[in-house]
Design a protein around this ligand. Structure first.
Ligand code: SAM
Length: 223
């Protein structure tokens, strides 16, 4: 299962989309393409791509997020983007007729397998996924995170050649325990529920003074 908004997003919903990700997509002939945005949420990636593409389909299992995405598309008068409620780890992608599949902070083996089955040779699967180093100070990698080796293995298995793979990393450094706690205050409730908070506090009390965010930006082409 891919992450829900409450699990493992590197930042808050206001985070900027990765420039590296968008630039890699823009080198494709998007104007001729139908793009499938798997796990579109409230559609920020689909809405950013729609003006550049022939058509965009955003799919998410969260009906409320899909409603929000539809409202945003209407407000922006975008007529070439549509949003569908669905499970992108169960449904096959061929019915959406995608020329390109993207998945932004919603990545799983099942998604890569479906992209691999739907895309033709030469077509692109591009995604941003949590990296294993995301919040490593909390002592527990996200269930949804990948490392470089694992993601390369998965893409090879699902029929893709990696064209671009980079880790975007931000390591915040703190002068004191208090600063470190303040930096994660918005995550406190979530981390208390999943046990990360106490490990992070111990890390700081033992002298640790960092908090790492890390995500993989990947572009792969169907072999
Ligand atoms: C962290 S959010 C990212 C949303 C969006 N891609 C973005 O970057 O703003 C992950 C999204 O994936 C969706 N998701 C997770 N697993 C899914 C599944 N199996 N089928 C459909 N959507 C899924 C969640 O509902 C959520 O909207």
């Amino acid at each position: 299962m891919a992450p829900s908004p409450a699990e493992g997003r590197p930042g808050e919903p206001t985070d900027q989309l990765s420039t590296a990700f968008l630039e890699r997509l823009k080198s494709e002939p998007l104007g001729e393409m139908t793009v499938l945005d798997a796990g579109t949420g409230s559609g920020r990636v689909a809405l950013a791509l729609a003006p550049l593409c022939r058509a965009v389909v955003g799919v998410d299992r969260d009906a409320r997020a899909i409603d929000e995405a539809r409202r945003s598309a209407a407000a922006a008068r975008l007529s070439n983007v549509r949003f569908v409620v669905g499970d992108i780890e169960v449904e096959e992608y061929a019915p959406f007729k995608p020329d390109l599949v993207v998945a932004y902070l919603c990545m799983s083996d099942a998604i890569a397998e479906r992209a691999g089955r739907a895309l033709r040779p030469g077509q692109v699967f591009a995604f941003v996924a949590l990296h294993n180093d995301q919040w490593k100070e909390t002592g527990r990698p996200s269930r949804f995170a990948y490392g470089e080796t694992g993601v390369r293995r998965l893409l090879k298995k699902t029929g893709f050649t990696v064209e671009h793979l980079e880790v975007e990393r931000e390591v915040k450094a703190f002068a004191s325990v208090e600063e470190g706690l303040a930096a994660a205050i918005g995550l406190q409730e979530r981390w208390k529920q999943d046990g990360r908070w106490f490990r992070y506090v111990k890390f700081l009390e033992d002298g640790g003074r960092t908090l790492t965010r890390a995500q993989l930006v990947v572009k792969a082409r169907k072999a």
